[in-house]
Ligand binder design. Structure first.
Ligand SMILES: NC(=O)c1ccc[n+]([C@@H]2O[C@H](COP(=O)([O-])OP(=O)(O)OC[C@H]3O[C@@H](n4cnc5c(N)ncnc54)[C@H](OP(=O)(O)O)[C@@H]3O)[C@@H](O)[C@H]2O)c1
Length: 249
């Protein structure tokens, strides 16, 4: 019998979990999901799981060789730039085929009041004058960009409570994990009298309801565009990722 193909799945997203769920039911493949270890209690993922950084490009290339990885699927979050760049370099060095599974970005539709910006610093620059109370839906590392806005009150949502004080003069933290529904997002925005939203263009359905609610309420949305990242082989759905893998197993 032919040996099973070993797939390293760089995860941390709903798509990576969905892909792992599909792959473990298939003969001929063995899936190892990899998480950075950011959330205290990650949701269950079927198949093998490793947690924690690899230690940079060299260490990841070494891991690919030592673990005899046949294929790498990078299904990390669109704003997790470093790991995607490291994976691209490590795969190039080791000759490991690599697929980028990246959900499509959201597109503005009629009624949206988006202000598109390139990064968190530009988003912070755009906020004053928009509203006094803002739902700040960005990554933990990006909060510091909003520290100078001492007049603005921010609502911040996180999966785990912050281990240290946030770098924001006026804010409230709510703990929650997606997927979210429109009804709950509307209640959250109304309860906190939110006048504007700052978010990253993550794409996908799980966090889109806040965008739909902002549109319905006529609120401006400061939309942080994705960092540019080029990959030769890219798909936007789990089904297409399965087809790519099937063609190589
Ligand atoms: N950025 C977000 O907003 C966001 C949102 C939802 C989920 N996530 C998930 O959270 C993880 C961390 O995000 P980030 O923005 O901190 O990433 P990042 O800046 O691209 O990565 C920082 C470092 O974390 C380690 N790392 C990241 N993802 C990893 C993975 N899947 N497996 C093993 N090591 C990983 C790597 O360490 P070494 O260099 O030591 O290998 C990497 O250099 C990602 O897996 C991403 O999919 C991120």
């Amino acid at each position: 019998m032919a040996s099973r193909r070993r797939i390293l799945l760089l995860g941390g997203t709903g798509e990576s979990r969905a892909l792992a769920e599909r792959l473990v039911t298939q003969d001929g493949v063995e899936v190892i999901s990899s998480l950075a270890g950011r959330t205290e209690q990650p949701q269950a993922i079927p198949g093998s799981l490793r947690i924690g950084g690899f230690g940079g490009i060299d260490a990841l290339a070494r891991y690919l060789a030592e673990e005899r990885i046949d294929l790498l699927v990078d299904a990390t979050h669109p704003f997790a730039e470093r790991i995607s760049e490291n994976a691209a370099d490590a795969c190039r060095r080791s000759g490991t085929p690599r697929l980028l599974l990246r959900r499509a970005p959201w597109q503005a539709v009629e009624g949206d009041r988006w202000i598109s910006v390139a990064d968190a610093d530009a988003a912070a620059y755009a906020v004053p004058g928009l509203a006094e109370r803002v739902f700040l839906s960005v990554g933990r590392q990006e909060l510091a960009a909003f520290a100078p806005l001492v007049e603005t009150w921010f609502l911040v949502r996180m999966v785990d409570g912050p281990r240290q004080a946030l770098p924001l003069a006026r804010c409230e933290v709510v703990l929650d994990r997606g997927p979210f529904e429109e009804e709950g997002e509307r209640a959250l925005l109304l309860e906190h009298r939110i006048g504007a939203l700052v978010t990253r263009n993550s794409g996908g359905e799980a966090t889109y309801p806040k965008i739909a609610v902002a549109r319905a309420l006529g609120l401006p949305v400061v939309m942080i565009d994705r960092p540019a990242f080029n990959a030769a082989e890219t798909v936007t759905s789990v089904e297409d990722a399965l087809a790519w893998i099937a063609a190589r197993t």
